[in-house]
Write a protein that binds this ligand. Structure first.
Ligand SMILES: Cc1cc2nc3c(=O)[nH]c(=O)nc-3n(C[C@H](O)[C@H](O)[C@H](O)COP(=O)(O)OP(=O)(O)OC[C@H]3O[C@@H](n4cnc5c(N)ncnc54)[C@H](O)[C@@H]3O)c2cc1C
Length: 319
């Protein structure tokens, strides 16, 4: 295909109840197009590229020479009632399916797997009680519902028909969107939402405590520190403790007694900007989410948390 400028950027065109998303894909002049084909419920007809409305495509000035691959899929918006039934678990599209608006499906499925994997290992090795597995549905289902609702709204907006909807989509929304996108804050907000880095589990039974701007259940905020960063230790999929500031003897002793890996990061102003509170102890889960935040009586709180969850010493040991 040719005719779209700039050629190496993504483009989206709306035209009445028609839209097309154009993404440069591999070699020059090769693109992936995503759009809509109208069809009735239960329609089993095999569609081809000729069925795709050309209005939005020609609106972009795109001229298509050859179609290498064409495929259709039906958009569903559904979330399963249960992510777990006994020994069976659902994750990925099997648990929640929605329109590709926002490109979130694969990422969400991978996040499900990351959430479940360390819990399964712990329970299979008898290092944690079976009830830990219930936190998988509790933590992931809420986000799945929120995602399906949002993508449903975006998809409905993109495909809604009728005079007013057409006017908003083709005249008002593009003007507002391109203006808003000029602002760094808007771009940063969109990055946070789409990258899912702000997704958190504040109501989980595994989340306890808050200090500064960070609550248990949050994903550990990322901080670059010269040649390294505070995520380096997360490459080990283990429970670990992070202290931003100075570690008290009490915390160090507790970690040594329980064999828990711990890391101290000398206090910098940048930490506060990320929401950390000086000298606070953060107990981090194997998936990089914060389980416990402690600011005082460290040993007592750490021991109480571990015993409440029924976590065995073997699970905490650095491997
Ligand atoms: C057009 C489009 C664009 C997308 N863009 C993005 C994007 O940009 N970013 C993003 O994150 N996500 C995107 N997604 C969503 C993403 O593709 C899915 O969320 C993801 O592939 C789901 O992975 P999964 O492993 O859960 O399921 P699937 O990928 O559906 O895998 C399930 C597998 O199980 C197999 N299977 C089914 N039944 C059986 C059976 N009985 N026995 C054995 N095997 C079986 C199937 O053949 C399939 O291979 C997009 C989806 C579409 C349709």
């Amino acid at each position: 295909a040719s005719g779209v400028t700039p050629a190496n950027e993504g483009h989206i065109a709306f035209d009445k109840s028609d839209f097309v998303l154009v993404m440069p894909y591999g070699p020059e002049n090769q693109y992936r197009l995503i759009g809509t084909v109208e069809s009735e419920e239960g329609d089993k007809q095999q569609h081809s590229f000729d069925d795709v409305s050309q209005r939005a495509i020609s609106g972009l000035g795109l001229s298509i020479k050859q179609v290498n691959w064409f495929s259709t899929y039906r958009v569903h918006h559904r979330v399963t009632n249960h992510f777990r039934r006994g020994r069976a678990f659902l994750l990925g599209d099997a648990a929640h399916v929605h329109s590709p608006a926002g490109g979130q499906g694969m990422n969400t499925g991978i996040a499900d797997a990351i959430n479940l994997a360390w819990k399964l290992v712990a329970v299979i090795k008898a290092q944690a009680p079976e009830i830990l597995l219930d936190s998988y549905e509790a933590e992931r289902k809420g986000f799945a519902h929120q995602l399906v609702k949002t993508t449903d709204r975006v998809f409905t907006f993109i495909t809604a028909s009728g005079g007013f909807a057409d006017f908003v989509r083709t005249h008002i929304a593009p003007a507002i969107a391109s203006q808003a996108y000029q602002y760094g804050r808007v771009r940063e907000y969109l990055f946070r939402v789409i990258s899912q880095t702000t997704m958190s589990y504040p109501d989980s039974s595994l989340s306890e405590g808050k200090a500064g701007e960070i609550s248990a259940g949050d994903r550990l905020p990322y901080i670059a520190m010269g040649m390294t960063d505070n995520y380096a230790s997360l490459s080990k999929i283990v429970w670990q403790i992070h202290i931003y500031g100075t570690a008290t003897e009490e915390v160090r002793n507790w970690c040594d007694r329980h064999g828990v890996e711990w890391h101290v990061f000398l206090w910098q102003d940048a930490f506060e900007n990320k929401g950390f509170k000086q000298d606070t102890t953060y107990l981090i889960r194997p998936d990089g989410y914060i389980g416990l935040v402690v600011t005082e009586r460290y040993a007592e709180h750490l021991s109480a948390y571990v015993s409440r969850l029924g976590i065995q010493r073997a699970l905490l040991l650095k491997h």
